[in-house]
Design a protein around this ligand. Structure first.
Ligand SMILES: *[C@@H]1O[C@H](CO)[C@@H](O)[C@H](O)[C@H]1NC(C)=O
Ligand SMILES: *[C@@H]1O[C@H](CO)[C@@H](O)[C@H](O)[C@H]1NC(C)=O
Length: 247
């Protein structure tokens, strides 16, 4: 099929080619994140040419979604049937009830009256809400007056961002990962730790409470748990959350 040398060159070139394409994509294509189930309007930032013969929206390069020509819109395919609408003035594409499969780079192509084609791109990323995390105590080891604490924030979906909070607020950046590994002393003892998991469209929180250095508070309902929640409130208010969303 191909000479050995050519195959080798191609192998070397392909990653470079992909790199070049992705670098270009990162800089030039606007990106939108949306929660699955929501409605979205894809709209170019420039104004549309005054007069055009034909306007077409594509899902990826080749699949037509909707086309406006001879003063009529025409929709294509099953994926977007009954879910799309073209706003004639702006050329915006309105999609209702977006799903993860709708994630793609969309193309809007306009055939102008002078016969020239112009094209714009928008990338849409549809994400599900992040799952509720739970906090596991991997290790809590007390030695003299300090506690070595290793907490794990557990979610089924790994493509999330993690943030940890204690009584003083957001913990330093270098501690932010799915695991929280800290040394606690009496002067910075916190009655609670909050783990926030998020993606660009949603966040959820998990909590754990401590009665004293290295000693976890029992189940909800007991006095200590109430005290723990009480001191958590100022932090929670920062998230605009209610207690019900946490326990
Ligand atoms: C999306 O739009 C549809 C139709 O216009 C409407 O019925 C629905 O409530 C909207 N959904 C959301 C999440 O806004
Ligand atoms: C608690 O304070 C000690 C020093 O007093 C420090 O080394 C440690 O990192 C602090 N821990 C947290 C979680 O802030």
């Amino acid at each position: 099929m191909c000479s050995r040398r050519w195959c080798l060159d191609l192998k070397l070139l392909l990653p470079l080619l992909f790199l070049a394409i992705s670098i270009q994509a990162d800089h030039s294509v606007p990106e939108m994140f949306k929660l699955s189930g929501s409605n979205v309007t894809l709209q170019i930032s420039e104004s549309l040419p005054q007069d055009y013969k034909r306007l077409t929206w594509f899902y990826s390069h080749s699949q037509k979604i909707i086309e406006w020509e001879h003063n009529q819109p025409r929709t294509f395919g099953l994926q977007f049937r009954d879910r799309v609408q073209l706003i004639r003035q702006s050329g915006a594409l309105h999609i209702t009830n977006v799903q993860r499969e709708d994630s793609s780079t969309y193309f809007m192509r306009v055939l102008k009256t002078d016969g020239k084609l112009q094209e714009w791109k928008i990338t849409l990323k549809v994400l599900d809400p992040v799952p509720q995390p739970s906090i596991t105590i991997v290790k809590a080891k007390k030695e003299h007056n300090t506690c070595y604490l290793n907490l794990s924030c557990v979610v089924p979906d790994q493509s999330v961002n993690y943030r940890w909070y204690d009584y003083s607020g957001l913990l330093p950046k270098e501690l932010q990962s799915s695991r929280l590994e800290i040394i606690v002393r009496p002067e910075n003892f916190s009655k609670f730790y909050i783990c926030e998991v998020s993606n660009p469209v949603s966040s959820k929180y998990g909590t754990v409470c401590f009665t004293s250095l290295c000693i976890q508070a029992g189940s909800p309902g007991i006095t200590w748990f109430a005290t723990c929640l009480e001191v958590m409130v100022p932090i929670l208010l920062g998230f605009h959350l209610t207690l019900n969303e946490l326990i």
